[in-house]
Design a protein around this ligand. Structure first.
Ligand code: CUA
Length: 320
């Protein structure tokens, strides 16, 4: 599991911002930190002076200057903090014209993602396609996330890019993402949502615009390799009850959104919602021992013998 952390690279660091929202939050944090330091220093100084005077003059009932000074100090520290908090919240509220929308649905314990097809920017405008656990965005543009939940309350948090926002059953929240530098940004569900909560991770990949367009074209397309008859049978029995393969198995037995869409699984950086690096060995382990890899995951044990398991892994590895 340490390898997954290394693979995901960037830290969960809210005060090392690389996105517009996180930048504003971090500025507010530093101002609050500075004002608190000033308050702390003044109080320590006052305490020191009072102790010295008490040593010289003996105890006194009260000192009016101290009371007034304390009230003034509190006002001087608290008023700017409140004002700046209000301005920051306003600035964090929505951009008027986001470049496009992505629907993010929280599931125990992974993220379902729905994008508009290339050429379209709104989810309710036309056709969409699905992917999971890895949000790709163009750098320098504002992207509107529409946050929902399929079960319990989750919380979407990419510390380097933006503040947290809850995903609620029966209610849609929105959150704008705007990365200012290309890179990979780690995220983590920030609301206790069950046994698999700590391992409900995700990744945001911010690309230069042309690289993003290439990703979008590939990701919105059909499976790279059609399954042969044997794989159709194997995948149909073992995987399709929970997972879609666009154009081959869609919304089969349980509706297809029980587990992540696997159409371009091989192109993702991680498996099991940011828990494992996407390698051949890790994929095999995840399929045969989901509970060992990610305790509490809803992925059932798939009873595959060594031969069919190798075939399924080989096939999934081809799905770039
Ligand atoms: Cu989802 Cu914690």
């Amino acid at each position: 599991m340490t390898s997954a952390v290394a693979l995901l690279g960037s830290p969960l660091a809210a005060i090392a911002p690389r996105g517009e929202g996180a930048q504003r939050i971090s500025e507010l944090w530093w101002v609050m930190f500075g004002l608190s330091l000033v308050g702390f220093a003044v109080v320590l100084l006052a305490l020191g002076l009072a102790l010295r005077r008490r040593g010289r003059e003996g105890p006194r009932a009260h000192d009016r200057r101290l009371i007034i000074g304390g009230a003034v100090l509190a006002a001087v520290l608290v008023v700017p903090t409140i004002a700046m908090t209000i301005t920051t919240s306003r600035a964090l509220s929505e951009d008027d014209a986001p470049a496009f929308e992505i629907e993010v649905t929280g599931h125990q314990f992974w993220w379902d993602l729905r994008y508009p097809m290339p050429g379209s920017t709104r989810l309710d405008e036309g056709r969409t396609f699905r992917t999971a656990n890895e949000i790709h965005i163009p750098v320098g543009q504002t992207v509107r996330l529409r946050l929902r939940s399929a079960d319990v309350v989750h919380s979407f948090w990419i510390p380097e890019l933006q503040g947290k926002r809850d995903l609620l059953p029966g209610h849609e929240n929105t959150l704008d993402l705007h990365a200012t530098e290309p890179g990979e940004y780690r995220g983590q569900c920030a609301e206790l949502c069950g046994r698999g909560h700590a391992l409900m991770r995700l990744l945001v990949v911010a690309h230069p615009p042309d690289e993003y367009e290439a990703w979008l074209r590939r990701e919105s397309g059909p499976v790279a390799v059609q399954p042969d008859a044997a794989m159709r049978e194997e995948f149909g029995n073992s995987c399709a009850p929970c997972h879609d393969l666009r154009g081959v198995f869609e919304r089969e037995t349980f509706g297809g959104d029980v587990g992540p869409d696997l159409t371009h699984l091989a192109s993702r950086r991680t498996l099991a919602a940011g828990v494992l690096p996407n390698t051949r060995e890790a994929l095999g382990r995840w399929i045969i021992d989901p509970e060992g890899v990610k305790p509490g995951s809803r992925m059932p044990d798939v009873l595959l013998d060594a031969g069919p398991l190798t075939d399924v892994v080989d096939y999934l590895r081809e799905l770039e």
